[in-house]
Design a protein around this ligand. Structure first.
Ligand code: SF4
Length: 301
């Protein structure tokens, strides 16, 4: 069967769109109508007139899209695509922090479970974390789950008292400063662009710190020729397309959960309507508050 042709036909018949995160395999990015980070894709899901959405990404992204667009049918490309940061940070840890710091506002990184979102005042993305925390009145902020992004926020917001969760992204947290220094030595003149989910020792030797989307924009707009990119390597696909004349070097950073989706999975979602996301109404309602605050505060920037 020619899955690509079938997917095109099914999209038309069902008025469907395919969304893919930057970390998805290149062939999935190629068949997607929109490629971006989780914030961009959730907004597309919300704004698109399409009522049938196949989202190729990890669970929290697909659920966030459903929460923001509860009347649409949202399908998860591959249900084994999990985010380890989400899996490793549990509700009980947040409940404990909330009990200990009752005067704190809870800000959860969008890379968190839906249950964590229902307990949060607002969510944030890696690009909106700092302005979001600054915009909240409380001096004390519980920031979960990512301790690295949280420590970056604490550095940028010295006026706040930031209580950190203990979560981390194994892909970004595993990169060591020595690896990056080695790449700098091998590629003199290359700018180091780093995601804030990396450890402080790596951030401290970087030229620029930003979300995946911001790293991409920075590399595209820069008049420099070469870059050391310290985030998940799926971004090479779009970097290669947008700036084929530039050179990019990476430490080995691959998110296993993000690489599970296949073309056949997308076909199965479209044809057999497999893997539809269904969430209880009360959960949607509560989590929607934190996600709507994320969009509202994000747009105030
Ligand atoms: S790269 Fe890290 S934070 Fe992103 S989906 Fe993979 S495990 Fe989760």
């Amino acid at each position: 069967m020619n899955f690509l042709k079938e997917i095109e036909n099914l999209k038309e018949v069902k008025n469907a769109i395919i969304l893919a995160h930057y970390y998805q395999p290149g062939e999935i990015q190629e068949i997607a109508d929109y490629v971006g980070d989780s914030y961009y894709l959730s907004k597309i899901a919300q704004q698109s007139p399409a009522q049938f959405i196949v989202f190729c990404g990890v669970e929290f992204m697909v659920e966030s899209a459903k929460i923001l667009s509860p009347d649409k049918r949202v399908f998860w490309g591959n249900t084994d695509s999990n985010c380890k940061m989400v899996d490793e940070f549990h509700d009980e840890e947040l409940i404990e922090l909330m009990e200990l710091h009752q005067d704190a506002a809870v800000v959860s990184y969008v890379n968190s479970s839906t249950r964590i979102k229902t307990m949060s005042y607002t969510c944030c993305t890696s690009s909106s974390a700092v302005p979001t925390v600054k915009s909240i009145e409380n001096k004390k902020i519980i920031f979960v789950p990512d301790k690295n992004l949280g420590s970056y926020v604490a550095e940028q917001c010295p006026e706040k008292e930031i209580i950190l969760g203990k979560g981390k992204c194994y892909v970004h947290d595993n990169v060591k400063a020595e690896e990056v220094l080695k790449l700098i030595e091998l590629n003199p003149g290359a700018l180091v662009l780093t995601h804030p989910e990396c450890q402080k020792e790596v951030r401290d030797i970087s030229d620029y710190i930003g979300s995946t989307g911001n790293i991409l924009n920075y590399a595209i707009k820069s008049d420099k020729e070469s870059f050391i990119i310290v985030t998940e390597m799926g971004i090479t696909h779009i970097l290669g397309k947008k700036c084929p004349e530039k050179k990019f070097y990476f430490p080995k950073m691959i998110c296993g959960g993000m690489k599970r989706t296949t073309i056949e999975d997308v076909y199965r979602c479209l044809n057999y309507e497999e893997n539809e996301i269904l969430l209880p109404e009360d959960v949607i309602e509560k989590a929607a508050l934190a996600l709507s605050n994320m969009i509202r505060l994000g747009e105030k920037r």
